[in-house]
Each structure stands twice: as C-alpha cells, then as structure tokens.
Ligand binder design. Structure first.
Ligand SMILES: NC(=O)c1ccc[n+]([C@@H]2O[C@H](COP(=O)([O-])OP(=O)(O)OC[C@H]3O[C@@H](n4cnc5c(N)ncnc54)[C@H](OP(=O)(O)O)[C@@H]3O)[C@@H](O)[C@H]2O)c1
Length: 312
C-alpha cells in the first residue's frame, strides 16, 4: 500500500511509520519541515503540490495538530484548534480533488471528546460527549470543542469514494523517548509517581502495538465508518495506573501530589493540569464489536512490557 501520513513526524507518526514501513508499505509523511527521503512539504492549511501524493494513495492517516502538551494560553488554544481543523479540511480537499482518491481516510481525533466522568465508561454508542460537565474548569470545554470541530471538518468533506473514520484515541503508550509513557516513567522513577489530586480520575490508554494492530484492522476491514474509540478496555484510576507503573520500574515510593502541586508541576513542565485531572474513562466499543481483540487489554502487563522494552 501507499500510505500518506500528514503530521507523521511526531510520536504517533513515528510508531506508525516504523510499523508500516517494516511491513513493506510505502509511507509518505507530510511535514512543514521535510528532512528524510519520503517526507514531503506541506503547510497543513492550503492545497499544494503535496496533494499529488494523496492522489493514487491507498490510505491517508492525518495526525497533524499542534501538541496539546503546552500551557493553555489563548494563543496556544487557537493554534491547537486551527492546526487540527485546517489540516483536516485541506486533507479533505485534496481527497475530493484526487482523480484516484484513497480508499480510506483515518483522521486522528481524541478520547478527550468524551465527558469527564467516573461512573461508567464512554463508548461510541452510549458515551457522553463533554463540554457541559458541572464542577470542572470552564476552559476544559474548549478541548472538547476542538475535538468536535476536528471531527466535523472530516465529516463535512465531500469524499464519496473514500471511507472515513475518526480515531478517538486514548494516550498511546510506547517506550519511545519523549512520549507520555516516557514522561510518566520518569516521574515514577524519581519517586514522584503517586496519586495526583486523590488519583480517582480515570486514565485511558492504548499500548503502541495494539494501536498499530487497530489501525491495520481498520484498514483491512471495509465497513466501519465514523468515530471509533482506540482505547484498551482497562482504563483505570490514575493512582492505580501509577501504582502499576511504579511496580514495573520497581520503585516502592510514589509521593502524592495535591491539585495545587499539580498546577505548579504542570506550569514547570509547560503543560496544563487538564491532561492530569480530567477523568478520561473510555472503552472500545465499535472496535471490539467488529472483532478486534487487544494483545494488551490490562495496564499491569502493558506497563511491564513497555518498561522492559524501554530498558532494552
Ligand atoms: N500521542 C497520543 O497519545 C495521542 C492520543 C490521542 C490523540 N493524539 C493526537 O494525535 C495526533 C498525533 O499525536 P502525536 O503525539 O504524534 O503528536 P506530535 O508528536 O505533537 O506530532 C504532531 C505533528 O503535527 C504536526 N504539527 C504540529 N503543529 C502543526 C501545525 N500548526 N500545522 C500543521 N501540522 C502541525 C507536526 O509535524 P511537523 O512539525 O513535522 O509539520 C507534528 O509532528 C495529534 O493531533 C494528537 O493530538 C495523540
């Protein structure tokens, strides 16, 4: 297959490019700063020569978007929104104009689209879309708005020859440097991997190899369209997630952090506490209904596997 990955230079793109290339597929990455041979320039917002890469390709997996791991200033929030909506819109335009459009357009979205909740898991059928939860900071609704507009940009694209799926992905856990598993492991190994603000908030995650397997499953299947959750069934409270992670690193101590300590830590790490405090309780619904099974459904064994690969 020829697979085009706009925004494929980041954490998720690296995982996918590595896996798809190893399987013998031709992977072309669209980036604002091409470096390698199979990297092509685009600006993420306007049509250009890059669109010829999409014409005649088999699959497009659009991952582009300003990192959400930043301080949520007005400027950063606007960049988070526009980079996602503009890139999805222009990918749709390129597909619409292609003489030989790809059979499938996988558009990254996020599990953050669902409501902050503890009582039950959000799947695609009965899940509650966020934005109206009482008792949470008002700006959390903006992240949901970004996700909704992101998905809407794909839905609104008129691409009749192309199957469209929005990937409501949880955190992709991989042993690579700089990813979320790396950051959490660093905290755990420093003895700082304890509960944050009580640790009752759920964390949804997916093991990198299951992420790749799920993408392959969606490519090989030919009927799923619309939103699909990419999350292991074993979402768990943050304090348990960190307990298992500490066990994987054989670290007995995990100092707890209060909400205000988390605020300071997030500020120091140039990040935002929404990433730590929002309860993301997401379950795979459509994926498992379609017959997908997870190799790493539970966090304990997933964390042990990731830590051992990281050590290796
Ligand atoms: N990582 C996760 O666990 C996870 C989970 C759920 C959803 N997601 C979403 O999946 C996507 C990929 O995640 P990731 O972790 O791989 O992110 P990442 O490492 O931040 O990479 C995203 C890529 O988007 C491109 N980009 C950044 N700002 C852009 C802009 N203004 N216009 C166009 N392109 C821009 C960058 O490519 P260039 O600089 O090369 O152009 C970058 O490599 C993101 O949209 C993220 O929100 C990630």
């Amino acid at each position: 297959m020829k697979v085009v990955i706009p925004g494929g230079t980041g954490q998720v793109g690296t995982i996918l490019t590595r896996a798809l290339t190893a399987e013998g597929h031709d992977v072309v990455v669209l980036t604002r700063a091409p470096r390698g041979e199979r990297q092509v320039h685009w600006d993420g917002a306007t049509l250009g020569d890059w669109a010829t890469q999409i014409d005649g390709s088999d699959v497009v997996i659009n991952l582009a978007g300003r990192s959400v791991s930043c301080r949520y200033t007005a400027q950063n929030l606007e960049a988070m929104m526009s980079s996602r909506v503009d890139s999805a819109r222009v990918v749709g335009e390129a597909i619409a104009e292609a003489a030989r459009p790809p059979g499938l357009w996988l558009q990254m979205s996020t599990a953050t689209i669902y409501a902050h909740r503890f009582d039950a898991a959000n799947d695609e059928h009965s899940g509650v879309i966020g934005g109206g939860e009482p008792g949470v900071p008002g700006y959390w609704a903006y992240s949901v708005k970004i996700a909704r507009n992101w998905e809407a940009a794909q839905e609104q694209a008129v691409t009749p020859g192309t199957r469209k799926i929005a990937l409501r992905s949880a955190m992709v856990m991989s042993p690579d440097r700089g990813g979320v598993f790396d950051v959490l492991s660093w905290l755990a190994r420093l003895g700082l991997g304890g509960p944050v603000a009580g640790g009752g908030q759920y964390v949804s995650w997916i093991h990198d190899r299951d992420f790749v397997r799920a993408i392959r499953f969606l490519i090989e299947g030919d009927d799923l369209t619309g939103a699909v959750n990419l999350a292991a069934p074993g979402a768990l409270p943050q304090r348990e997630l960190m307990r298992e992670l500490r066990a994987a690193w054989r670290m007995p101590i995990g100092l707890p952090a209060t909400r205000w300590m988390a605020e300071i830590g997030a500020y120091a790490l140039r990040s935002d506490t929404e990433l730590l405090l929002k309860s993301r309780r997401v379950a795979p619904g459509r994926l498992t209904d379609a017959g997908f099974t997870f190799d790493h459904p539970q966090w304990r064994t997933a964390a042990a596997d990731l830590a051992s690969r990281r050590r290796g």
